[in-house]
Design a protein around this ligand. Structure first.
Ligand SMILES: Nc1ncnc2c1ncn2[C@@H]1O[C@H](COP(=O)(O)OP(=O)(O)O)[C@@H](O)[C@H]1O
Ligand SMILES: [Mg+2]
Length: 248
């Protein structure tokens, strides 16, 4: 059994008893699961695949939905250790909750629909032929007009109390000139819940600085110069109401 030393007793028991498989479920099995739990009435195809999750296009009755399915088994996570299966459901519920929190406050994130176990459905961005492209892939678009919209979208998210810790042209989709911020699973909630506010504010500052650098580098390469420290100062002002932020 691979990685046996890292699996705790309850997970090992579930593998031995056949409750969980050691291999990733195949497409058909995922599709059957999603329809069975009611996240989609039909699964059309896989539209995205990242480090931890796969995203499917499906139908929910007459509307199209995107369904993000966290993998139930994997050998490494960000800290280089195997993740316990139980924690994977937690990732989906955390991302779903953050999406809900940001969306209800009017931030430009896909509307969350429903979560079941390690998967959740949300508003699909795109059309039947193709999903909305990632910012890094957009072509034939007025970048100078798009840049302020992207910067404003991030500002709106920060204003909602959510700071993205993986902000890059990979996690922004562009649907007819409208930017949408996705992959909010590792966002920080910059309010007074959980960790001490000063710690959150410090982490938020670091995350925003990295996001500002990524976006400035991207737009710079497309001929639209942006100053990362100006972006940081502008976004930083928006978290001030959550406890103060002093951009360096
Ligand atoms: N709501 C959505 N509508 C359309 N496509 C989406 C949607 N959410 C994700 N995708 C596609 O799936 C890919 C992976 O989604 P993401 O949430 O970034 O997952 P990961 O955590 O694996 O990076 C994205 O790059 C995008 O192409
Ligand atoms: Mg992503």
């Amino acid at each position: 059994m691979p990685n046996a030393p890292y699996l705790d007793a309850s997970v090992r028991w579930r593998i031995q008893s056949g409750q969980v498989a050691l291999r990733e479920p195949r497409y058909r099995e995922v599709a059957a699961f999603l329809t069975e739990v009611g996240l989609a009435t039909e699964v059309l195809r896989l539209i995205g695949s990242g480090k931890e999750a796969d995203v499917y296009l499906g139908r929910d009755g007459s509307s199209l939905v995107a369904v993000k399915v966290y993998r139930t088994y994997r050998t490494v996570n960000q800290v280089g250790r195997t993740m316990k299966l139980d924690a994977i459901g937690h990732l989906a519920s955390w991302e779903f909750e953050l999406l809900h929190y940001a969306w209800s406050d009017g931030a430009p994130v896909p509307r969350p629909i429903r979560r079941e176990e390690h998967a959740f459905s949300m508003q699909y961005l795109g059309n039947l032929d193709r999903p909305a492209p990632r910012l890094k892939d957009v072509v034939d678009i007025d970048m100078a007009a798009l840049a302020p919209r992207v910067v404003g979208g991030v500002e709106r998210l920060v204003e909602a109390g959510v700071v993205h810790t993986d902000l890059s042209p990979y996690n922004i989709l562009v649907d007819r000139m409208t930017p949408w911020i996705i992959d909010v699973g590792k966002c920080l909630r910059v309010d007074r819940l959980g960790a001490p506010p000063w710690l959150k504010v410090h982490q938020a500052g670091e995350a925003l600085a990295a996001g500002a650098r990524h976006l400035a580098r991207f737009f710079g390469s497309r001929g639209v110069p942006l100053d990362p420290s100006e972006l940081l100062a502008r976004w930083g002002q928006r978290i001030e109401r959550f406890g103060g932020f002093d951009p360096r």
